[in-house]
Design a protein around this ligand. Structure first.
Ligand code: UDX
Length: 456
């Protein structure tokens, strides 16, 4: 059992702290936000994450988990301090390291025992060398201190599960002492541990995330081509997936990737390459494809409809993916302002994301249009002229072709997640457009008519 402090209680820090307590360590989570600390002490999770609250309550009651704003008491005799504070993207795509620097200095001025500092936040390759130097520069007591890199691979919505059942634990250290201490901390998780040097560990995080982003952008690129040549990207993905070298995951074409990691990490690696005089063409392409993909369906719908002005537009899903209330880089954030600008009256449904979205766009008239948040899909679809699907929530997947046909004034659906069967939509008489798959013939008849008209 180790005495562990965790700096920052965002997704990375809180989930790390809670799971360390769950496997038996003595954990104190530190955050500067008093209100948040109070909320966590009362057993409530500040983020929506399946299974997290139960583990918070259980380990808090067992006395293995504490929350505090008093970093000094948490850091001074810790065996290890995990840093999970944010590294937000700056306008030039580089990571803002000021939160890490603040914590590093607090650590240097506080620790009284030999201590391993473990950076979980995603940081540009080479940053942890600088963090270590920074801590050494400010160190007050004569203690051994080393910085290790331990990148995090959890996905939002399944963070607890991903941590307890991670595919691998990456440990980046520069000494036997650090390697052993970190290995021992992770030992009770009983997971594969890959031990490398610090810079390689930092690079593994970016290389992994950007590879997945690239995989998605590649499939979106292929999807767009499929549409032009009459292939179906879902069938193509299925055919590809039997090759173990390709794998079956992250082959879903759609409205592009969002979230807190892929958009930020692709830009950060591209930026790092540029700073080193290298043109990272593949990652640049992933960013490029993703940018266009976000508004692809909006652009299609704009061509199909004369105007959005005064139309009732149903929006199903606001978050960047299901299972989270996070809106970062979500397709809804790009498309809704465009629709409002064009005078659409939006009726938006999201089972958990509406509250956050309303902070950006409060209910009522906005721009030339308006936005209303509704509590079920039926209310969104009732009498709608057009529907956009941005997130594949269970409630959205459960909408049948008959519901679209019966509830909407004109059953016209743009699905950014490819969740419905094209044939079922066809049979119900719904005009249905998705990504990289054929549209229903109701739609293609219309398309060919306008094509004939255009050419006559
Ligand atoms: C991701 C990584 O999965 C995780 O390992 C890393 O630590 C953080 O970034 P997250 O952003 O939470 O996690 O979600 P993820 O499920 O990976 O989805 C990211 C985005 O890609 C979502 O917008 C999702 O809709 C999109 N996506 C994912 C696709 O468009 N197609 C796919 O096939 C998979």
């Amino acid at each position: 059992m180790y005495k562990i402090a965790v700096a920052g209680t965002g997704y990375v820090g809180l989930v790390a702290g809670v799971t360390f307590a769950e496997v038996g360590h003595q954990v104190t989570c530190v955050d500067i936000d008093e209100e948040k600390v109070k909320v966590m002490k009362s057993g409530v999770s500040p983020i929506y994450e399946e299974g997290l609250e139960e583990l918070m309550q259980k380990n808090y009651a067992a006395g293995r988990l504490e929350y505090t704003t008093d970093y000094k008491s948490a850091y001074k005799d810790a065996d290890a301090i995990f840093i999970g504070v944010g590294t937000p993207e700056q306008p030039d795509g580089s990571a803002n390291l000021s939160y890490i620097a603040t914590v590093a200095r607090q650590i240097a001025e506080t620790i009284e025992n030999d201590c391993l500092i473990v950076v979980k936040s995603t940081v540009p390759v080479g940053t942890n060398d600088k963090v270590e130097q920074f801590i050494q520069d400010f160190l007050i007591n004569d203690v051994k201190v080393e910085v290790a890199s331990n990148p995090e691979f959890l996905a939002q919505g399944s963070a607890v599960h991903d941590t307890l059942h991670a595919a691998r634990i990456i440990i980046g250290t520069e000494s036997k002492w650090a390697e052993e201490r970190l290995t021992n901390i992770y030992e009770p998780f009983n997971l594969p541990i890959v031990s490398v040097n610090r810079r390689s560990a930092e690079m593994i995080k970016y290389a992994s995330n950007d590879f997945l982003a690239l995989k998605i952008s590649y499939m979106n690129d292929i999807a767009n081509l499929c549409e032009l040549v009459g292939a179906d990207v879902q069938d193509v993905a299925k055919g590809m997936s039997f090759d173990e070298r390709i794998g079956s995951k992250f082959l879903n074409a759609g409205i592009g990737f969002g979230g807190s990691c892929f958009p930020k990490d692709t830009k950060a690696l591209e930026n790092l390459a540029r700073q080193n005089g290298y043109d990272l063409k593949t990652v640049k392409a992933a960013i490029d494809v993703n940018k266009d993909q976000k508004t692809l369906l909006y652009n299609k719908a704009s061509k199909r409809l004369i105007t959005f002005n005064g139309l009732k537009v149903a929006v199903l899903g606001l978050t960047f993916k299901p299972g989270t209330d996070d809106l970062r880089e979500a397709a809804s954030l790009e498309n809704i302002p465009l629709l409002l600008e064009k005078g659409a009256d939006i009726y938006a449904f999201d089972p958990v994301g509406a509250e956050n979205f309303a902070k950006v766009h409060p209910e009522g008239p906005i721009s030339n249009g308006s936005i209303t948040y509704v509590s079920n899909v039926e209310q969104a679809l009732q009498d709608a002229n057009v529907c956009f699907v941005f997130t594949e929530w269970g409630e959205v997947k459960a909408v049948t072709s008959e519901m679209y046909k019966d509830l909407m004034r004109t059953p016209l659906v743009y699905d950014g997640r490819n969740i419905y069967d094209v044939n079922e939509m066809e049979e119900a008489g719904v005009e249905y457009h998705s990504v990289g798959r054929p549209s229903t013939s109701v739609a293609s008849r219309r398309e060919s008519k306008s094509y004939e008209h255009h050419n006559s």
